[in-house]
Design a protein around this ligand. Structure first.
Ligand code: HEC
Length: 134
């Protein structure tokens, strides 16, 4: 019975960290709905954002610069050459499961490509696309 408290702590720890892509998408959608009543996420808008070329950074004009034209494919960092696993949940079950990781990379990549933060609506759409693309 001495292992029971340790096991409980472990389970609580896992529950606090692991999130599903659905839940992460819903959290962004709720934040977006708070700013824009009736907001519903759109995978189609998410795809448009993924493919859009922004004129802010010659090396990385779009999300596709590193993530390739298909979220189902492995990508490559345009600067470091490092391999990047696919962004689509269907191709990579580890995607959109850690809210801190998702926020960190939205923060970094949106600023680099778009020269601004992504809005909660854009994040909700992007996650919807990555959840649905097959
Ligand atoms: C300069 C290369 C580069 C560009 C351009 C880029 N990304 Fe990424 N992205 C990465 C790297 C590197 C990672 C982290 C490594 C990994 O998770 O495989 C990552 C991870 C992510 C993640 C984390 C997903 C998760 O849960 O694991 C999100 C979200 C993301 N990128 C969104 C975007 C969006 C949105 C754009 C376009 C606005 C974009 N990225 C453009 C390199 C890039």
């Amino acid at each position: 019975m001495r292992t029971l408290p340790a096991l409980c702590l472990l389970l609580v720890g896992i529950a606090a960290q692991a999130e599903t892509p659905q839940r992460i998408g819903e959290t962004y959608a709720a934040e977006a709905a708070g700013r824009q009543a009736g907001f519903t996420p759109s995978a189609q808008r998410g795809e448009t954002l993924f493919r859009q070329r922004f004129g802010n950074n010659d090396k990385m004009p779009a999300c596709t610069s590193c993530h390739t034209d298909s979220p189902l494919s492995a990508g490559q960092h345009v600067v470091t050459g490092k391999a990047i696993r696919p962004l689509a949940v269907a191709a990579n079950g580890q995607r959109f499961s850690d809210p801190a990781k998702v926020e960190k990379w939205f923060g970094r990549n949106c600023k680099e490509v778009m020269a601004r933060d992504c809005t909660p609506a854009e994040k909700a759409d992007f996650v919807a696309y990555m959840n649905e693309v097959r």
